[in-house]
Design a protein around this ligand. Structure first.
Ligand code: ATP
Ligand code: NAG
Ligand code: NAG
Ligand code: NAG
Ligand code: NAG
Ligand code: NAG
Ligand code: MG
Length: 601
């Protein structure tokens, strides 16, 4: 028995769900997942107190003490300044480009803060692996790490997440067994777990081909949705029915609304005394001790327990604790929150979530062939009794049932492990076939992608300002154009590992000249994007750096420009695969030359 188990155990899979507010880690050896659904979730997170309701995740918080010690998660004492919601900063365009004006150079960058935090998570994970499998055993198995990212994030932000993960020591120095890092989107991981957990149950029995389900991941930062259509049963196989959607309206926004409400309640001056800044400046930087404590108390008490009728009293910190003003709800050192106040704090998140669900319903039904049945609510924010009640009523009005699957909070990190099973497993001799068939058959492209290019000038189609004369082609051409390769909502087959788009290039350059080509990759959130690269809806994703210095000389052909200059000519292609992160490779005369490096803007 034991011998058989060892043979099946091909690798260790680790799932890492770095969330805006909480981080979860799960692991298993590959055969455990196919035998039954027992996976190990780290629940012994170090904690200095027992205030946190669940142990399935650890707060994504880090503090640097004056003596250089790093404190993280629940170890940070309440009075200490900390970094929170750092993940949201990754998706802010202005911050990924070096230091932004509002932060001086000494201030740590989001990627560094996250790397420091995840480094502590990694050390704790290794202790858990040692304890669970024994120090010797797991170290002999290759490790696959699955990192979750929000589905709708900018490609640069997804890339930055992976950068932080690697910097945290999920690399050959910090985890030598690590053979590869793969990514999955958060709602997809939750969907995989949800489908997996239906196995053998009543819900699976009732599933029919053509049924539709909406998955709604309600996290601390974002609410992320995808709709699926069932294409096969026993085992359940699904395809994405929509391109999905996301909004920044997770649980933290209730905390933000509380901060705004607090400022209105205690006044701008009073607020300044406890926060050290105005409420509008609070989110980006670390919160003051006093404000952080109030927000934590609000979040763990008022926000979590609220179902629509409860009222709460929060402790006011000094010097506000001295104010006696019953009209403003301040007395005996506490602050009164009416049910109406709390409802108002949930309002933004609730409206946005309803809007997203309605959009998914409309888009999915528009495409036809789908019988939408239920909305699955997962993520920590979906634990809110108030939200559950309001969303249930809303979905019922659209003839949809709401379901909160078991382990809704940890479903994302649990599901991330399943992602690894459907991919080929690298073994000592090569790549073996996947352990399991993929559950998700096809995805839809999240945005339109293309490259900047020039076209032969066409009167009426191109703008006259874009016209120029090309000496090599000996014709008028139009610059600032986009060659769209993939369109938003386009169906992408993900079961065969083939490329989703191919770009063909002809490149003329002086003999012995540059051996590096830079191709800007552009994107648009429109299904029918503009043809011009300078249009408002088009933005640059990354520069694709194509290094051809190693390409054999025989591959180049000669050509002569109008001025008589002898040029070298190379014909090549770039293949693009759209997974959770984009993948590129270079093809010359049918030969694949390593990967193309993408430098994100
Ligand atoms: N019972 C509850 N009522 C209301 N909110 C809750 C409850 N339990 C947890 N939350 C909130 O859920 C959020 C955490 O959820 P989760 O761990 O899924 O988010 P995350 O993964 O950190 O964020 P994201 O996925 O957006 O990056 C926090 O804002 C937390 O306050
Ligand atoms: C799952 O597998 C583990 C290890 O093989 C075993 O201990 C456990 O009892 C199994 N659980 C179920 C529900 O089959
Ligand atoms: C450093 O500071 C932290 C918190 O302020 C404290 O817990 C720790 O003991 C200190 N460590 C040393 C080495 O002084
Ligand atoms: C980003 O930084 C580079 C160099 O540091 C600079 O040239 C570029 O203009 C910056 N882009 C933006 C959008 O700030
Ligand atoms: C690898 O991990 C170590 C920490 O163990 C870190 O210092 C280093 O920067 C990481 N390397 C890369 C390339 O990120
Ligand atoms: C590795 O995978 C290959 C391809 O599927 C398979 O033939 C081989 O037996 C595997 N080797 C080991 C040691 O599992
Ligand atoms: Mg999450």
């Amino acid at each position: 028995m034991g011998g058989r188990q060892l043979l099946i155990a091909q690798l260790t899979i680790i799932g890492l769900d770095f969330g805006t507010t909480y981080t979860g880690v799960a692991f298993c050896e590959s055969s455990a997942l196919t035998r039954n659904d027992t996976v190990d979730i780290i629940r012994d997170w170090p904690s200095a107190h027992s205030m946190v309701g669940t142990k399935d995740k650890v707060p994504s918080e880090i503090a640097y003490s004056a003596n250089g010690t790093i404190l993280w998660g629940s170890l940070i004492p309440p009075h200490m300044q900390r970094y929170i919601w750092t993940k949201l900063r990754l998706n802010q365009p202005q911050e990924t480009n070096g230091s932004s004006p509002q932060h001086n150079n000494k201030e740590k960058q989001p990627v560094d803060i996250i790397a420091d935090f995840l480094s502590e998570v990694r050390k704790h994970l290794i202790k858990n692996l040692d304890a669970r499998f024994g120090e010797k055993l797991w170290r002999t198995l290759p490790v696959t790490l699955v990192v979750t990212v929000p589905a709708d994030w900018r490609d640069a932000a997804k890339h930055a997440t992976l950068q932080a993960v690697k910097q945290a020591g999920f690399n050959e120095t910090g985890l030598p067994q690590l053979k590869r890092i793969i990514t999955t989107t958060e709602p997809e991981a939750a969907a995989l777990y949800t489908i997996h957990s239906m196995k053998g149950g009543v819900q699976e029995e009732q599933l029919k081909v053509g049924d539709g389900l909406i998955l709604c991941d309600m996290g601390g930062g974002t609410v992320d949705l995808i709709s699926y259509r069932v294409t096969g049963i026993k085992p359940t196989i699904v395809e994405e029915a929509t391109a999905g959607a996301m909004a920044l309206c997770g649980g933290s926004f209730v905390d933000c609304a509380f901060i705004d409400w607090l400022e209105r309640k205690v006044g701008v001056d009073g607020f300044l005394k406890i926060a050290g800044c105005s409420s509008s400046e609070c989110r980006l930087t670390a919160l003051s001790t006093k404000l952080a404590q109030m927000v934590q108390e609000f979040s763990l008490m008022a926000k979590s327990g609220f179902s629509g009728t409860e009222e709460y009293y929060l402790r006011l910190p000094f010097p506000l604790s001295g104010i006696d003003d019953p009209m403003r709800g301040m007395c005996d050192g506490s602050l009164y929150l009416r049910p109406k106040d709390i409802e108002a704090m949930f309002e933004f998140s609730l409206i946005e979530t309803k809007r997203l669900i309605a959009e998914q319903i409309q888009q999915a039904r528009q495409k036809g062939r789908i019988n939408l049945k239920s909305v699955f609510l997962v993520g920590g924010f979906a634990e809110s009794p108030y939200l559950q009640r309001r969303l249930k009523a809303f979905c019922a009005s659209h003839s949809l049932a709401t379901v909160k699957p078991p382990n809704a909070w940890s479903s994302i990190v649990r599901g991330s492990l399943l992602k690894a099973l459907a991919l080929p497993v690298p073994n000592s001799t090569g790549i073996s076939t996947p352990i399991a068939k993929p559950t998700i058959q096809s995805r839809r492209c999240r945005r339109s992608y293309g490259t900047s290019c020039t076209f032969r000038f066409v009167e009426g189609k191109h703008r006259i300002v874009d016209r120029y004369y090309c000496g090599i082609e000996k014709e008028f051409r139009a610059k600032h154009q986009v060659n769209w390769l993939l369109y938003k909502d386009q169906v992408l087959d993900v079961t065969h590992g083939q490329a989703h788009a191919k770009l063909d290039f002809t490149w003329n350059f002086p003999k012995g000249g540059r051996k590096e080509m830079i191709i800007p990759l552009l994107a648009s959130d429109q299904m029918a994007p503009s043809i011009r690269s300078l249009s408002m809806d088009v933005h640059k994703v990354a520069d694709l750096v194509v290094d051809i210095s190693f390409v054999p000389q025989s591959t180049f052909k000669k050509c002569v420009s109008t001025s008589g200059e002898v040029l070298e000519k190379l014909q090549y292609s770039i293949e693009i695969k759209v997974h959770e992160v984009l993948e590129f490779s270079l093809l010359i005369d049918g030969v694949r030359y390593g990967t193309v490096v993408a430098k994100y803007a």
